[in-house]
Design a binder for this molecule. Structure first.
Ligand code: ZN
Length: 79
């Protein structure tokens, strides 16, 4: 695993801007608090499926997981 990009740099780079494009609010009713949590989760690589920073988790068949609650548990629980 390479160097991790610090959270604030990930935000500044715009790689997570899609979180706030309104789609997640429309689909799931996410609040700004939910989106901030989602951003924190996505800032970590996933030890389960290998998703990198700012990438959504994927199923073994390669389907991208859209919802915060679908991201792998091991990624969501890490601090
Ligand atoms: Zn994952």
């Amino acid at each position: 695993m390479g160097e991790l990009v610090p959270y604030h740099e990930l935000l500044d780079s715009g790689r997570l801007d899609w979180l706030w494009d309104g789609r997640l609010h429309t689909m799931y009713g996410y609040t700004s608090h939910d989106l901030a949590t989602f951003a924190r989760v996505l800032a970590r690589p996933c030890p389960d499926c290998g998703a990198g920073q700012a990438e959504r988790c994927r199923t073994t068949s390669g389907r991208e997981l859209m919802a915060l609650d679908e991201q792998h548990l091991s990624r969501r629980l890490r601090r």
